[in-house]
Design a protein around this ligand. Structure first.
Ligand code: HEC
Ligand code: HEC
Length: 364
């Protein structure tokens, strides 16, 4: 018995060793890369969903098609409006009639680069992600079996699915086409990219000073690095809760509903957003959220997973104070008023590119 157990332990340990050294290597490599900003490169495309012009066009139509919502009033652009950098400009996002959302609508720009999607990282690919809002009771509230039949009956869609996928309408193919469209929503001529490629004149003097604070005293680069200005990790910064979470019964309902769906036992008494914990059930992920991109930040207010900060000044103040009450991640920064101003100028001027203009497609 004992011998057996030891054997098992040994087997486990030898299995774990490569995992451990891999983790170590990853940790080390992430330290090595922290502190770098990189210009945007071509977006990665998964092998099983190659980009084609016809698929992108189909995805665009579906993105704007109100058939994707239960009552026919909403499409993806309702909450990811191209004119608001693919957000809806609200603290807590729009929702299916009679319900209320509980989180802020993030930008879709450069989402092709993200390793995790959603503030809690519950989806890993755009294909997987796209089915969530359609099914979600407080977003589009659509039955997907019904949707497949509805789309299949539209002759134009039938012809396009056949051309693009060589087959009929399925929910997976709907998601694949939408994902292909989303992969075309890429930052355009962002001053930071031009600067990093050698164009000194792309940033004003104040923005350059802000970049110095961003990389130095402000320590922003420790998490907002790489091309997406985000490290694909999760941190519990203890951002204050949005008062609506408990003051508006519809928001409380949504929070507890999601917690129940994710098998959180105490959902009936839940009073705060558990963040990544809902997905991993790992204590260290309690109230942890994914580092968001800072691209197009000038156009994506309000900020944070719950939209609790309306301005960049408020966000900078939050980090300067050392984050939210009781967090163990951040320390006070002691930035001077000038340093805060430079930092804001850097974020507002350098990280937002040209508008990504989408001509509304003719939805069949
Ligand atoms: C009713 C509002 C609403 C609608 C409609 C909606 N979304 Fe969202 N979307 C959100 C909110 C809110 C989040 C963040 C939720 C979270 O993290 O828990 C989100 C997150 C996302 C993300 C993750 C982005 C990131 O960086 O993490 C993608 C991608 C996305 N939505 C695409 C879509 C697509 C595609 C559709 C249409 C099929 C759609 N959304 C419809 C509100 C909406
Ligand atoms: C330890 C990692 C970490 C550091 C350091 C950090 N951030 Fe963040 N940042 C995050 C996380 C995580 C969030 C999302 C928190 C949430 O949604 O509750 C965030 C959110 C933001 C947002 C809001 C983005 C949005 O779209 O809602 C801005 C702006 C921002 N950070 C700027 C900064 C600046 C400026 C600094 C330096 C002064 C900085 N961050 C330092 C991890 C970090």
């Amino acid at each position: 018995m004992r011998k057996n157990r030891n054997n098992r332990r040994l087997r486990l340990r030898s299995k774990m060793r490569p995992v451990f050294s891999l983790t170590l290597a990853l940790v080390l490599s992430s330290f090595a890369s922290a502190g770098n900003l990189e210009p945007l490169k071509a977006a990665p495309v998964p092998e099983n969903n190659p980009q084609t012009p016809a698929k992108i066009e189909l995805g665009k139509k579906l993105f704007f098609d109100r058939r994707l919502s239960g009552d026919g009033t909403m499409n993806c652009a309702t909450c990811h409006n191209p004119e608001l950098a693919f957000t809806d400009g609200l603290d807590i996002s729009l929702s299916y009639p009679t319900t209320k959302n509980w989180r802020n609508s993030p930008t879709l720009i450069d989402s092709a680069f993200r390793k995790y999607l959603f503030y809690d990282g519950r989806a890993k690919t755009l294909e997987e992600q796209a089915l969530f809002p359609m099914m979600s009771a407080f977003e589009m509230n659509k039955n997907l079996d019904y949707l497949e039949e509805q789309i299949q009956l539209v002759p134009e869609y039938r012809a396009e699915f056949s051309k693009v996928f060589g087959g009929e309408v399925t929910r997976e193919r709907i998601a694949m086409a939408i994902a292909a469209f989303e992969r075309t929503l890429i930052s355009k001529s962002t001053p930071l990219d031009r600067y990093l490629k050698g164009d000194e004149s792309a940033l004003s003097e104040d923005a350059k000073k802000g970049l110095v604070v961003f990389k130095g005293k402000g320590k922003c680069i420790e998490c907002h690095d790489g091309a997406d200005l985000a490290d694909d990790r999760f941190y519990a910064l203890n951002v204050p809760e949005n008062p609506k979470l408990l003051d508006d019964p519809r928001v409380t309902t949504t929070m507890r509903f999601v917690a129940k769906v994710y098998h959180y036992d105490g959902y009936r008494s839940l009073k705060e957003d558990p963040g990544r914990y809902l997905i991993t059930k790992d204590k260290k992920d309690w109230k942890a959220f994914r580092t968001p991109t800072l691209r197009y930040i000038a156009k994506t207010a309000p900020y944070m997973h719950n939209g609790v900060f309306e301005t960049l000044d408020q966000v900078i103040g939050f980090f300067d104070r050392g984050g939210g009450e009781g967090n163990t991640v951040l320390k006070p920064l002691g930035l001077s008023p000038d340093e805060k101003r430079y930092l804001k100028t850097f974020m507002a001027e350098a990280l937002t590119g040209e508008d990504i203009v989408i001509k509304n497609p003719d939805v069949p």
